[in-house]
Design a protein around this ligand. Structure first.
Ligand code: PRP
Length: 182
């Protein structure tokens, strides 16, 4: 049960944990050597933390900060890096870890930036996918759950920086005010 009356549980924490464990096993089976996990701040931190422990491989972690402008149906896709990686990724197997793929604008930009650094391989793992909102096609290798076009919070996802620490993924019952998108 969510702590807040304005929330409805969409994916309870036990289902999240079971799916993350499954994804971890799948990822471990797909890579023979070490893997660099790159989480996109801030929402992906909770997923990264659970996923990294579910991948029975030699993993190392890094973080990237991204700011998007006007992520909506008419967006030009303007994105910028607010925090870059601490170390290079040339020659490494890299897995970008996201909490949600929505329009696909963030990951399209990010993959373009990361490809230029010549990783050995570059794939994406996302906990949530909202395919109905896609503007830019993104090739996502690992998807936890496909969800409908509802505004979700919890397990890293926020509304105005609130709710990130909920264990469940929940829907805001009345939805966000107009103009708030994800
Ligand atoms: C969310 C999410 C992705 C992005 C996906 O980040 O973590 O980075 O939106 O949306 P897109 O596919 O439409 O580009 P958000 O901007 O909410 O930042 P946060 O993780 O710091 O909350």
């Amino acid at each position: 049960m969510p702590r807040h009356a304005e929330l409805r549980t969409l994916i309870p924490s036990d289902r999240i944990q079971a799916r993350v464990a499954e994804m971890g096993r799948e990822i471990a089976a797909d890579y023979a050597g070490p893997l660099r996990l790159i989480a996109i701040l801030k929402g992906a931190c909770f997923f990264l933390s659970d996923l990294a422990r579910a991948v029975d491989r030699d993993v190392s972690l890094d973080f990237m900060g991204i700011a998007s402008y006007g992520r909506n149906k008419t967006s030009s896709g303007e994105v910028r890096v607010t925090k870059d990686l601490d170390s290079g990724i040339a020659g490494l197997d890299v897995l970008v870890v996201e909490d949600i793929v929505d329009t696909g604008i963030t990951l399209t930009y990010l993959c373009h930036v990361l490809e230029q650094r010549k990783p050995r391989s570059l794939r994406i793992a996302t906990l949530l996918d909202k395919p109905s909102r896609r503007i830019k096609p993104v090739d996502v290798a690992y998807v936890g759950f496909q969800i409908p076009d509802e505004f979700v919070v919890g397990y890293g996802l926020d509304y105005g920086e609130q709710y990130r620490n909920l264990r469940d993924i929940c829907v805001l019952v009345e939805g966000p005010p107009e103009g708030v998108l994800r």
